[in-house]
Design a protein around this ligand. Structure first.
Ligand code: SAM
Length: 270
């Protein structure tokens, strides 16, 4: 409302007439926080690219393995999870605080339905802390400033950017966002990233018509990137083993992980 300094609440901003990524993603991973329009678009995308549910599942499983690995093996106790998505089973704070109850997690998303459900993300362990910031990833400086109310920026933070840079269509802008956020966190911090691709090596060709359909029928608009562009997001950081791979294969617990056209990688800030 003009003249008001209070941003509209999540429910006031909800648009149930157009499919939204957070809700369709929730539909693909078997959640209930979605509307008929999201189910229709989600089903149509699945008819074009039948592995879309495998992609969404593989991405969430990667999140679980990456948070577990960083908490357990690298002693990370702070997470900045940008592009959180709707709460589901095993959110970042639940995984981290199961291992380290004192872990502190800040979630960031700009979708009104995620804001509506955000309280589910704020029920962390008594020893740790969780917070939720309603913000756009295109405003990295504001995100870092607000996150500093909960996170100690002099200590390492794992910056999680899973399935979100694909909504920043300009590659230069996406790189600048990553650069600014990683510049603001302490040495020893990590960047955890997943990103869809058209690369044929991981079966990405089938994403072309699916993303065309998405961009004509849903929001926000999406793009895919090749391995070289995604690797460039890690400039100045050191990729940890096994580097950039199909996210299903990153520290996979089975030799039979199905390859998906969604890259995943984790890197440390020296
Ligand atoms: C594909 S989902 C990924 C959810 C979760 N990170 C995961 O990997 O399961 C992408 C999320 O990014 C959010 N998102 C998209 N564009 C955004 C933007 N410009 N700023 C903040 N969040 C955004 C969407 O609302 C959605 O919740």
């Amino acid at each position: 409302m003009s003249g008001s300094h209070t941003p509209p609440s999540g429910s006031a901003r909800l648009n149930t007439g157009v499919a939204h990524n957070a809700r369709v993603w929730n539909y693909w991973i078997g959640g209930k926080d979605n509307y008929e329009v999201d189910q229709r678009v989600g089903e149509h995308v699945a008819s074009i690219i039948p592995v879309i549910r495998d992609i969404a599942r593989a991405d969430r499983d990667f999140l679980g393995r990456a948070v577990t690995h960083l908490t357990r093996e690298h002693g990370v106790r702070q997470f900045l999870d940008i592009g959180t998505g709707l709460p589901t089973a095993d959110n970042t704070h639940e995984i981290a605080q199961r291992i380290a109850p004192d872990a502190r997690i800040v979630y960031v998303d700009n979708d009104p339905i995620v804001l509506v459900h955000a309280r589910t993300l704020l029920t962390g362990s008594g020893e740790g802390a969780t917070d939720y910031i309603d913000a756009d990833v295109r405003d990295p400086d504001a995100i870092v400033t607000r996150a500093a109310a909960t996170l100690d920026m002099t200590r390492p933070v794992a910056v999680m950017m899973l399935g979100i840079l694909n909504f920043v269509l300009d590659t230069g802008e996406a790189r600048d966002i990553v650069r600014r956020i990683m510049a603001a966190v302490a040495p020893g911090s990590f960047l955890v990233l997943t990103h869809p691709t058209f690369d044929a090596e991981v079966g990405g060709e089938m994403q072309v018509p699916a993303m065309e359909f998405w961009n004509e029928n849903a929001t926000p608009p999406i793009t895919a990137r090749g391995a070289a562009d995604i690797t460039a997001f890690f400039e100045g950081l050191e990729l940890i083993e096994p580097g950039l791979v199909s996210c299903s294969q990153w520290h996979a617990t089975s030799d039979h992980a199905v390859v998906v056209p969604q890259y995943g990688a984790v890197a440390v800030k020296p």
